[in-house]
Write a protein that binds this ligand. Structure first.
Ligand code: FES
Length: 126
């Protein structure tokens, strides 16, 4: 049975979506076009563009983060004590009414369509 999850964006606008247990919080956000959840890597924990702030009242509901998730989050200047990557959070039946805040991710690691890498000047030799 679906649960209701609310995402509150950085402007304070709440959006409540239905999510099925077993899917990730990121998948629930993307399925409902939640802004500020880009999920550029598709959920394989390599971009940090699915960053959310978990309501502190619910933070114990989730298992501890992996070393990889922690390392990615440590690269974000906007990280807080309740930061998590939503692709690493599974929806469960106990999450009815859960709230996340989202933010504009300042430095995501993967933005292939938006930020082409620049390697500076290229030197050609014969
Ligand atoms: S979607 Fe890329 S780290 Fe979560």
């Amino acid at each position: 049975m679906p649960v209701h999850i609310t995402f509150i964006d950085s402007a304070g606008t709440p959006r409540t979506v239905e999510a099925n247990p077993g899917m990730s919080v990121m998948q629930a956000a993307k399925a409902n076009n939640i802004p500020e959840i880009d999920a550029d890597c598709g959920g394989v924990c390599s971009c940090a563009s699915c960053h959310v702030y978990v309501d502190p009242a619910w933070i114990e509901l989730f298992p501890p983060m992996s070393k990889i998730e922690n390392a990615l989050l440590s690269l974000l200047p906007e990280r807080q004590a309740n930061s998590r990557l939503s692709c690493q959070l599974k929806v469960t039946d106990e999450m009815e009414g859960l709230t996340f805040r989202t933010t504009v991710t300042i430095w995501p690691l993967v933005r292939p369509s938006r930020q082409p890498l620049s390697f500076g000047r290229t030197f050609l030799t014969n």
